[in-house]
Write a protein that binds this ligand. Structure first.
Ligand SMILES: *[C@@H]1O[C@H](CO)[C@@H](O)[C@H](O)[C@H]1NC(C)=O
Length: 177
């Protein structure tokens, strides 16, 4: 009899524990991790986000902000993209600084199995970083919402890259001839 009561109690306790685990809210960081991506891709403190079964996500920051990694990343107030295992596509709302210019990051991916590297698609090139930089979410410093300036700079940066690759192509073409 006593054994039965104990068993019942144990069962009840484990049920309680189970529901507690289940009701723990899933964070956007958990979702990143479950897709094989490092949590530090997004800054600290995000509690508002949407995520649906197609992989589409949207996160809402309190304010646009910058976080310093090897180069600086700028996060708009709203960041969205499509998650699949090991990558984010159709990314919008993150720009990366390179040589004083800001490039929109269009996608991010890691190697599977992991090579310890992470790749940012900034349009013309993939920029690679060490994965360990993004292990933990960073503090993000608020910046003035200066999207227009960022966009103008982006265009300039894109044009420079385009120009450079056209020049390269021409040199290559000449070399072939
Ligand atoms: C961010 O998303 C919210 C909700 O969809 C929208 O109301 C708001 O205008 C967006 N903000 C910016 C800066 O795009």
């Amino acid at each position: 009899m006593i054994l039965r009561v104990r068993l019942l109690l144990l069962l009840l306790l484990s049920l309680v524990a189970l529901t507690m685990v289940e009701s723990e809210p899933v964070s956007i960081y958990d979702i990143l991790r479950s897709h094989g991506l490092p949590m530090g891709l997004l800054p600290k403190g995000i509690s508002q986000f949407n995520f649906d079964e197609t992989g589409r996500f949207e996160v809402f920051l309190d304010q646009a902000c910058n976080a310093k990694f090897e180069s600086e990343l700028h996060y708009d107030r709203n960041v969205s993209g499509v998650l699949s295992y090991g990558q984010i596509g159709a990314l919008s709302g993150i720009t990366a600084q390179e040589l004083f210019l800001w490039f929109p990051v269009k996608g991010i991916r890691v190697d599977i199995p992991s090579s310890g590297l992470i790749y940012f698609d900034v349009g013309v090139v993939f920029k690679q970083f060490s994965l360990s930089l993004f292990e933990t979410p960073r503090d993000c410093m608020a910046v003035r919402s200066d999207n227009v300036r960022v966009r103008e700079q982006n265009m300039v940066a894109g044009d420079i890259y385009k120009l450079q690759s056209e020049v390269d192509e021409e040199i290559f073409a000449r070399a072939v001839i």
